[in-house]
Design a protein around this ligand. Structure first.
Ligand SMILES: O=C(O)c1cccc(O)c1O
Ligand SMILES: [Fe+2]
Length: 285
């Protein structure tokens, strides 16, 4: 079994790097950690970076997860190869571009590009956004799935993710104690479906709701409250059509043996108990 510690970063291709940077700083509220040739790195918490935009094809999207030891990384590579996945070992330059010691890359059964990384860099320092969005950190990712049962099986039986709850057949899965670090939503193509940052409080959700609306950003869902994680949320659209979510108050599961995954409706009420309805394709039938 491959043990994953946490989701660590997303890498997103863009045809407008300057525009993506402007949005990440001025709307989303991230901090530029570093600019390199053809790429900008963003901080959202103590880690060296949790998001990278690079000049490239917008369908080029990667999600990375931390693995504990070099031994585990190599075992994971062998396990994935045995299951028929092509596994690519990152070069030194590619490791430097990700601020990690080692990584492997492969595709999940839907075709999502996944990286398992060793020793991602941290700064030990908080981040400071110029816009006070109240972000406390990068927290989870939603991935598109063309076959939810098949992909849930992959993530739970190969990668040790545990299902916390399901909305319809869409699993919300935890790697540690946070209700979910990865969730799968039905969509006909591979890609990152949404990127979640946690914010400090309801005030941050409400202030961002008005702020993004004032700035002509398309709000696609919320403000609302998820019955699953119990988090209050806001979803809005970013560069290249990416969905970003802020949420606050996500449930933690500490009594692992006692927790039973629950079944929610794949309808607006399964996504929000305040009555908001999603304008997000993967959240609709
Ligand atoms: O937090 C949740 O429970 C949740 C539920 C549905 C969809 C999401 O993106 C979520 O984060
Ligand atoms: Fe989410």
């Amino acid at each position: 079994m491959i043990e994953l510690r946490d989701v660590v970063y997303c890498r997103l291709g863009t045809t407008d790097l300057a525009g993506a940077e402007w949005y990440a700083v001025n709307i989303l509220g991230l901090e530029v950690a570093e600019r390199r040739k053809g790429a900008v790195y963003f901080k959202s918490d103590a880690r060296a970076h949790t998001l990278c935009y690079f000049e490239g094809d917008p369908t080029d999207q990667m999600t990375a997860f931390e693995i504990g030891t070099a031994q585990d990384l190599h075992t994971a590579g062998a396990t994935l190869e045995a299951l028929g996945h092509d596994v690519y070992y990152g070069t030194r330059a590619e490791c430097e571009a990700r601020m990690v010691r080692e990584f492997i890359r492969f595709r999940d059964p839907t075709g999502n590009v996944i990286e398992f990384v060793l020793r991602p860099e941290t700064t030990g320092l908080d981040y400071h956004g110029s816009r006070n969005a109240g972000i406390t950190g990068f927290s989870h990712v939603g991935l598109c799935s063309s076959d939810l049962a098949r992909d849930e099986h992959f993530w739970t039986s190969v990668c040790n993710a545990r299902v916390s709850d399901r909305i319809g057949d869409a699993p919300l899965m935890r790697l540690g104690t946070i209700h979910h670090s990865i969730a799968l939503f039905p969509f006909h193509r591979a890609g990152i479906q949404h990127i979640n940052h946690q914010v400090g409080s309801t005030d941050d959700i409400q202030r961002s709701f008005h702020f993004v609306r004032e700035n002509q950003v398309n709000i696609t869902f919320g403000p609302g409250a998820h019955p699953t994680s119990s988090a209050e949320f806001l979803y809005f659209t970013g560069p290249e059509g990416m969905t970003f979510e802020y949420s606050t108050g996500v449930r933690e599961i500490h009594d692992e043996p006692a927790w039973r995954d629950r079944q929610f409706h794949f309808e607006p009420k399964g996504f929000c108990h305040w009555g908001s309805a999603p304008q997000i394709a993967a959240f609709k039938k």
